[in-house]
Ligand binder design. Structure first.
Ligand SMILES: Nc1ncnc2c1ncn2[C@@H]1O[C@H](COP(=O)(O)OP(=O)(O)O)[C@@H](O)[C@H]1O
Ligand SMILES: [Mg+2]
Length: 449
């Protein structure tokens, strides 16, 4: 890779007629059919437009920054930069929304096809990961479309005629085990491989399931309720965290997780409760459809826990196979088996505890869902009312089920109080509406048990 050329491009120095093709040759785009000067200008304008688009979504006060043109040029012309990633502080509860992920993906996916494919092919080849794919995995990049499907960072779907795969960098401690566990239970799963390149870099390869993934209509069928309940129970009993809906994929009517990063987490219930209050657990997602109808809500709750309870029995039945699997994937299988047994052997107590946790969290979710539209209407009418946190939730809440995630964990209850006060002052919310919400929350509290 010619660093001088890239440096010139980045610093906006003019490139000579001979240098322009050399620059594009770096991403594998060669041939006399291209008007390189026009491409060069197109790329510059494309990057500048994206910088403006993302600036309107960034929240720098919270550590969620936009992109600089230089970063975009580097992503395009430096093969070693695998993905285009958010410039966001991690672990500080800074949330993103669909507008952010869509913009990031669009930057990659809406590049002119020859540039996108040439650029991504070279990045993928440089990883050497294709050299270590197992038998049966056929990846011929020249015959495949390559699309960025990641959320906050670049993850690529390699879409072919016969086979399509998803490639993600980094290690997954638990995904392979969890996929094998799903097979043991007879539940839907997908092909998954952990790969190590000759240079020792770790990659995850999974079979690609194309969209549409989960949406409201699909939630209503009994099959979806059963699968959500199964995964909630399995997640709770195995201490699986980070179970929000972007980490599930639907293949026809089959639901399975694609991003199992946390398992056997001590006190995982605290997190499940936070996710549920924010609309990001299996039960919260299911209940969203029924929050306005108390009878339907109770019926759904009962159906959900019937399925949930059946998982205890299934795990007891499959105990020896699970033990063997743990032995295959972990160095401390006994400890992990004890983690599971300590819960399934006390079914009644565990179930009571879980129901209580879900009941409390769902009531809090109900309040947050109620408040969502007020935040939107306030900021839409008067953007000057936006504070960094209000904008953050404005965007993050646009995911269908999400409502003020991590409000308590990061001591942000005041955000809801402020929205309520503003909405009352502006007359978009009345005291009567608020009282009705409190009444509904009380009804929920007695009906869900
Ligand atoms: N095998 C797959 N089939 C279809 N979509 C997938 C697959 N794997 C990942 N995805 C999509 O890519 C997104 C990001 O993948 P994920 O593994 O969750 O990465 P991250 O660690 O960034 O959360 C997921 O939310 C999902 O929409
Ligand atoms: Mg994920």
């Amino acid at each position: 890779m010619n660093r001088d050329l890239l440096a010139k491009f980045v610093s906006k120095e003019p490139l000579s007629e001979a240098q322009l093709p050399a620059l594009f040759a770096q991403i594998g785009l060669t041939g006399s059919e291209w008007d390189y000067l026009a491409l060069y200008e197109q790329i510059r304008a494309y990057c500048e437009a994206f910088v403006s688009r993302f600036d309107a979504l960034s929240i720098p006060e919270l550590g969620f920054h936009g992109f600089r043109c230089e970063e975009l040029y580097r992503f395009l012309f430096d093969d070693r930069q695998f993905g285009l990633n958010f410039n966001k502080k991690t672990g500080a509860g800074v949330l993103y929304g669909p507008a952010h992920t869509q913009a990031r993906r669009d930057f990659v996916n809406q590049l002119p096809d020859p540039i996108r494919l040439a650029c991504l092919r070279r990045k993928l080849l440089l990883t050497e990961v294709l050299d270590v794919c197992p038998d049966g995995v056929h990846i011929d990049l020249d015959q495949m479309d390559i699309v960025d499907i990641g959320m906050g960072h670049g993850i690529y779907a390699l879409i072919g005629q016969d086979q399509s795969w998803v490639l993600k960098s980094g290690q997954s401690e638990h995904q392979a085990f969890f996929m094998a566990l799903l097979d043991v239970l007879g539940w839907p799963s997908c092909l998954y491989y952990d790969l190590v390149t000759p240079k020792g870099q770790l990659w995850q390869l999974s079979a690609y399931s194309p969209p549409p993934h989960l949406h409201t209509e699909r939630l209503k069928g009994p099959q979806m309720c059963r699968q959500l309940a199964y995964h909630a129970a399995l997640g709770d009993l195995f201490g699986r965290g980070d179970r929000h809906f972007d980490n599930y994929v639907c293949r026809d009517q089959d639901l399975f997780p694609v991003d199992v990063s946390i398992l056997f987490w001590p006190n995982n219930n605290e997190w499940v409760s936070r996710y549920t209050s924010g609309g990001l657990s299996e039960l919260a997602i299911l209940m969203t459809a029924y929050l306005g109808d108390m009878n339907a809500l109770s019926t759904c709750w009962e159906m959900f826990f019937d399925h949930y309870e059946s998982v205890f029995e299934l795990l007891r039945e499959k105990q020896s196979e699970i033990k063997a699997l743990l032995g295959k994937y972990y160095r401390d299988p006994e400890q992990k088996m004890d983690f599971i047994l300590s819960q399934i052997n006390h079914q009644k107590e565990t179930l009571m505890l879980q129901k209580e946790m879900y009941r409390r969290s769902l009531i809090s979710y109900k309040e947050r869902v109620f408040m969502k539209p007020f935040l939107w209407s306030l900021l839409d009418r008067d953007p000057s009312l936006g504070t960094p946190l209000r904008w953050m939730y404005y965007f993050a809440n646009q995911t269908e089920w999400t409502a003020f995630f991590l409000l308590d964990y990061h001591h942000r209850r005041f955000v809801l109080d402020e929205i309520k006060a503003l909405a009352l002052a502006k007359g978009v919310l009345t005291d009567g509406d608020w009282d009705r919400l409190q009444y509904d929350m009380d009804v929920m509290s007695t009906q869900l048990s």
